[in-house]
Design a protein around this ligand. Sequence first.
Ligand code: HEC
Ligand code: HEC
Length: 295
Amino acid sequence: MAGGVAATAGWVIAAPDPLPASALKPHTASIENGKRLYTTAGCLSCHLPAKDNKQADMSLPSGGRVLKTPAGAFYPPNITPDTETGIGGWTGIQFINAVKRGISPDGRHYLPAFPYASYSKMSDADVLDIKAYMDTLKPVQAENRAADLPLGLPVETAMRRGLGIWKIAAGFDPTEFVKDTSKDDIWNKGAYLVQGPGHCGECHTPRDWAMAMDTSRWMAGGPHPEGDGKVPSLRNLKSRGRFKDPGDLATALEFGETLGYDKMSSGGMAAVQTNMSKLPAEDRTAIATYLMSLE
Ligand code: HEC
Ligand code: HEC
């Protein structure tokens, strides 16, 4: 009996907690801002079609490319606006709950390989702008592929039901970015882009026992999410002689290894750097200003 009560209580606290539509403020979307944040967030980089899918348009996030993690191989789904196989017809609040809370429209928890723990730092307005931009993309019909987990278990039983407990154990706390008023606007913009859409901490911050980002060691480097190699620390970049100043780092983010910078290509960083190169210069400067301030 007591066990039943405890189990029920456990289920209640672990149940998805979506934001209600009434929580949204009126918003006029900016497609241009949405495109910029979609690029910063690397949505396409993860939701690309499979490499061997010869007919696929590689500029559209129709999904299917393998994302290897220590927990198994995942195939990020089709997020083009196709109404049957993609996310066409989703409402703004459904999209926000997916991107910022890791909750699907039918109330399931998403796997944290989808970096919503970082995206939760974004404002609702910015997430709605991303949706407005994605709504302009060509819809692609492409069925989603189930994850390959060890022992061939289905993802629903092996992982998804436990994710509510994981969100609690990992201290998942969907709170938006708060400005540090002791710092200037450029620094704050950089902090927002790095912590929120850029989700740089997902790779550059070590993880604790619950596999959550250990914020006490923010950006101190960590094991690679794919399981091989190390992700370098982004602290003390100046005193360790990695970059001279924010301008130097901004140049590295723009041009990567083509200009002789090293450590900018392996383990997913090449895609990040390519995305950074497409941003307006002021965004790279802001990101570099924030990162160079981490001692
Ligand atoms: C690091 C890889 C990664 C990045 C970057 C990423 N996603 Fe995903 N996304 C995933 C994975 C993996 C899933 C599947 C999660 C699951 O099955 O529980 C997913 C699922 C989704 C879903 C749910 C789709 C559905 O059919 O239920 C949406 C919507 C989505 N992502 C949108 C985005 C957007 C928008 C961005 C950029 C802001 C983005 N993703 C960036 C990996 C990623
Ligand atoms: C998918 C994981 C991943 C993400 C996300 C990621 N990085 Fe990296 N980053 C790496 C890896 C791995 C390396 C080392 C690459 C190498 O050695 O070739 C790296 C290297 C770097 C370096 C070079 C460090 C040095 O000592 O020279 C910088 C700067 C950097 N990343 C910035 C960023 C920024 C800014 C973001 C967010 C916009 C980001 N990274 C997001 C994995 C990632």
